[in-house]
Design a protein around this ligand. Structure first.
Ligand SMILES: Cc1cc2nc3c(=O)[nH]c(=O)nc-3n(C[C@H](O)[C@H](O)[C@H](O)COP(=O)(O)OP(=O)(O)OC[C@H]3O[C@@H](n4cnc5c(N)ncnc54)[C@H](O)[C@@H]3O)c2cc1C
Length: 292
């Protein structure tokens, strides 16, 4: 039985799950449970409701419908995606089964950044959003990771393999995970990232300064573009580039909903999810035919 992992249980992920669950495909949906839709108080522009419905209720209804068809929901924050030599997908942390034939990223649009002076100014000149993509440029250098959860730790662990010193900066928050290896911790509130041509240091509100050749932003959960970038998928601006079947540039990796840009609305997310499911079914069928 072919296995598909859907990352995200918003309208895009659940819509795809509804289509896939009616085939002979094993579907697992994993999410951190924070859909943008939960923040919508009243939905009045989505088909089928004579009275407004809250985003939370609409989501719960969607999830129940998918569960009725046998979709499994798991709670986890995916921090890494890898392709194996035989074009299967491994995810960290492990959820459901060990490897998947296809992955659908339906993780919404939020790329979490923060309002700290210097972050935008030094993007691409010391500020990065993807450790596995950019760690190479910081070999033997001092870097910081800004964040306070599992995703920040994961990025720090990647950087630790190449950089001379890695410090997680929680920006005044308490670290929500356990440090590993030689990763350092600084919980002071950040005032600014500074430098000239490139980033050089981080200054804290208490006036202290630390050297930083690189600053990796890893706030909250890994966003879709960060996960897709790890595999080398083509990104346009802040969005994953897909074709009409919602396939990314990497075989077996699909994306749907807000993370692919365009109209950031439920109807588009649901439509993307349906197209992605159809694309995945076709892809898995051709994979089967090729193996005969
Ligand atoms: C306040 C507000 C009001 C809105 N009102 C309307 C409206 O009236 N009408 C309308 O059509 N649209 C509205 N929207 C927009 C609508 O909510 C979004 O377009 C829609 O939710 C997008 O669906 P999605 O599935 O792409 O992403 P989302 O609904 O954002 O779901 C993303 C999913 O990905 C998961 N996820 C993300 N990263 C990870 C990770 N690393 N590991 C595991 N899981 C992860 C999250 O837990 C979540 O389940 C509103 C949005 C907001 C914020």
């Amino acid at each position: 039985m072919k296995k598909v992992l859907i990352v995200g249980s918003g309208p895009a992920g659940i819509s795809a799950a509804l289509y896939l669950a009616r085939t002979k495909i094993d579907v697992t949906v994993v999410s951190t449970g924070h859909s943008q839709l939960e923040r919508a108080d009243k939905i009045e522009n989505y088909f089928g409701f004579s009275e407004p419905i809250s985003g939370k209720e609409l989501l719960e209804n969607g999830k129940k419908g998918a569960e009725r068809l046998g979709v499994k929901f798991e709670y986890a924050e995916i921090v890494d995606l890898r392709l194996t030599a035989d074009m299967k997908y491994e995810v960290s942390p492990h959820v459901g089964c060990n490897v998947y034939d296809c992955v659908l990223l339906a993780t919404g649009s939020q790329r979490k950044t923060m309002n700290i002076k210097g972050i935008n100014e030094f993007e691409g000149r010391g500020v990065s959003y993807c450790a596995v993509c950019d760690a190479f440029f910081y070999r033997g250098k001092q870097v910081v990771v800004i964040g306070d959860g599992d995703y920040a730790l994961h990025e720090a662990e990647v950087l630790e393999q190449t950089s001379s010193e890695v410090t997680i900066l929680t920006n005044g928050n308490t670290l929500k995970t356990k440090l590993t290896g030689n990763i350092r911790l600084n919980q002071k509130k950040i005032c600014e990232l500074s430098g000239s041509e490139r980033l050089k240091s981080v200054r804290f509100e208490d006036g202290s300064v630390i050297k930083a050749d690189g600053a990796f932003i890893a706030i909250g959960a890994a966003g879709s573009t960060e996960l897709a970038k790890k595999l080398g998928a083509v990104i346009e601006g802040n969005h994953i580039k897909t074709d009409r079947s919602m396939a990314s540039s990497i075989p077996g990796l699909y994306a749907a909903g807000d993370c692919t840009g365009g109209l950031l609305q439920i109807s588009k997310a649901v439509s993307d999810g349906a197209y992605a499911a159809m694309g995945i079914i076709k892809y898995l069928k051709s994979d089967n035919d090729n193996n005969k």
